[in-house]
Design a protein around this ligand. Sequence first.
Ligand code: ZN
Length: 159
Amino acid sequence: MNDVGNGDELRELYRELILDHARNPRHFGKLEDATHSAEGINPLCGDKLKLYLRLDDASTITDAAFEGSGCAISVASASLLTDAIDGISAASADAFVDAVTASLSGSDEDTRDIGDERLEKLRALQGVREFPARVKCATLAWRALRSALRQESAPATTE
Ligand code: ZN
C-alpha cells in the first residue's frame, strides 16, 4: 500500500481511512429489494463489483450496497460511495460522479476541491492521481453508479 502515499500525517490518515474501508467495507452485500443495479469491471486490475441502489418514487436513493472483489482502492472507493450517496437524489448522485471523476483524475490543484462535504472523505483517494493505473480502480464504482442510475444493461468498464 505504499503507492497510496506515506510520509506526512494527513497522508497517513488517508491511508488508514482507505485501509479501514477496504478491510471493513460499508454497505457490503446484495441489496435484495434494489430498484437499480450495475456491474463495474476494471480488467487492468481485476476489480469487479456490482452496485445496488434502491430509489423511492421521488428518485431519492434510500439505500445503496455493493458486492464483489478487487484491490483495496476499488473496495474503499465503493464503500465511500455507498456512504456518500445514501439519502440524496439521483440527480445529485449523478453530479457526484462528474465531481469525483474529475477530482480523482484531474491534474490541477484546483480540481482537488470536490465541492460537497458529503464527498470530503473521497479526498483520501486523491493520492491515486499520481498513479494513473490506480485512477481506474478509484473511479470504477462511480462508473457503475452512473450505469445503475441510467439503467444501462452493459457492465461499466474502465477500458
Ligand atoms: Zn484495482
